[in-house]
Design a binder for this molecule. Sequence first.
Ligand SMILES: Nc1ncnc2c1ncn2[C@@H]1O[C@H](COP(=O)(O)OP(=O)(O)OP(=O)(O)O)[C@@H](O)[C@H]1O
Ligand SMILES: [Mg+2]
Length: 217
Amino acid sequence: MIIAFHNHKGGIGTTTLAAHFCVLARTLGLRVAGCAADFKQDLPRFLGPENIPCIDIDPQREEPDYDLFVIDVQSNTEPPIDPDVWVIPISDHGAAINGVALSDSLRAPMIWLGNKGRKLPDVPAYLQGAVETAGSIPYSRAIRCAGDDYRIVWSIPELARTAGALYLHAALHDLLEQAVALSGEPLVVPSRKGKWPKPSAPPPQDPVDSDQAVPAN
Ligand SMILES: Nc1ncnc2c1ncn2[C@@H]1O[C@H](COP(=O)(O)OP(=O)(O)OP(=O)(O)O)[C@@H](O)[C@H]1O
Ligand SMILES: [Mg+2]
């Protein structure tokens, strides 16, 4: 299965989410590789310390060693191969506008994923059936702090149990299940258990992590 994270808008968390998604999928038993369609090559910086390979996907070659490829697609870059599912992060007003425009042009199924507490825009009628929505990951100082060092927030003991980190885990687990269902791939992902709400519910209030909620533009 190939999942690409992409939005033409930069700085909205695309690489952060793609990297954490890789790590989560690996903890759920999938054989994962990342792929950086990103001139900055940020994804390998996150995945190197986690011992998750970042490879160049060769569209002509079978890759039996992996169940899942996660492509981090930088703005204005083409992915090396068509994904089975696009994940479109949305974390501000510009990203929402770009997300709608981008969704108009992509062929594969899409999932809009709110980040930094952003409420997702309504899916226009003509995109319904093509776009699904996932939850809104809260703004989290812990995620930001880890990301500043290209680290996975769950790998830093001091940050791993913050509400932002836990909610990110739950939301990306649900996203993985959603993506597998959309792709039709015969991958088995253990169901998420726990007290965190379904993605459609609003993110939990966190007195530590959510005090810097980003206002909707
Ligand atoms: N939920 C979140 N809460 C707080 N900060 C976040 C969150 N998600 C991402 N960030 C921070 O936002 C910043 C941008 O993230 P990231 O580099 O992943 O974005 P990007 O869209 O890949 O950017 P670029 O266009 O430069 O590739 C980073 O400092 C990251 O730590
Ligand atoms: Mg990036």
